[in-house]
Write a protein that binds this ligand. Structure first.
Ligand code: 5GP
Length: 198
């Protein structure tokens, strides 16, 4: 994987329903240099989702073809659907921009194998009861899907240790501030460690 020494890749993972999508959008609004990595998925689009913006929605056949051709840096099967990050999208974007990934712990493990990346791994967590009410309020999943997502919480949080930072999302604003600090500290560190050539 090629990368630009001055750009960073931030991974945000969390159990489903913690508020990651809202946070990724806030980060992109504040930091114009950040681009959100748009994944491929075999999941059916939700009513508010746009193809090519929220995800690239593809059939299972198409996804399998992309796996066979080695087109993904990482992919995972989550809640019966496939999700993956295309190599080409990352390689093109990182030349000019920082990248924000909203991917799960399985994808994080796979990306972590590329040791030359400026990868910053953040895990967001919330209280289990709070999570349940968020999943229900979100009203984007059937009862069965809500249950599946809620039940995956315990398995998901076992992977905390794979991350550089853990943030407790009690309040969106304070959570966002912590992410801002992490981004700024890491950007500053990078600027010190890779001085521009004259
Ligand atoms: P949702 O169906 O709610 O949009 O996403 C379900 C889970 O899939 C979320 O935890 C999200 O972070 C994860 N996810 C989305 N895109 C990718 C991807 O490209 N790779 C991996 N490994 N996980 C992803």
């Amino acid at each position: 994987m090629q990368h630009d020494k001055e750009n960073i890749m931030v991974i945000l993972s969390s159990p489903s329903g913690v508020g990651k999508t809202t946070l990724t959008k806030k980060i992109q609004q504040k930091y114009k240099n950040f681009k959100i990595s748009v994944s491929h998925t075999t999941r059916t689009p939700r009513s508010n989702e746009v193809d090519g913006v929220d995800y690239h929605f593809v059939s299972k056949e198409k996804f399998k073809e992309l796996i066979d051709k080695g087109k993904f840096y990482e992919y995972a099967k989550i809640f019966e659907n496939y999700y993956g990050t295309l190599k080409k999208n990352v390689d093109d974007t990182i030349k000019e921009n920082d990248i924000l990934f909203d991917i799960d712990w399985q994808g994080t493990k796979q990306l972590s194998k590329f040791k030359n990346l400026n990868l910053i791994k953040i895990y967001l967590i919330t209280d289990k009861e709070e999570l349940k009410s968020r999943l229900i309020k979100r009203n984007q999943n059937t009862n069965e899907e809500v249950k599946k997502r809620f039940d995956s919480f315990d398995e998901d949080i076992k992977h905390w240790n794979d991350y550089d930072y853990i943030i407790i999302n009690q309040n969106l604003e304070s959570c966002f501030k912590q992410i801002e600090n992490i981004i700024e500290v890491n950007k500053t560190k990078l600027n010190f460690s890779s001085p521009k050539t004259q």
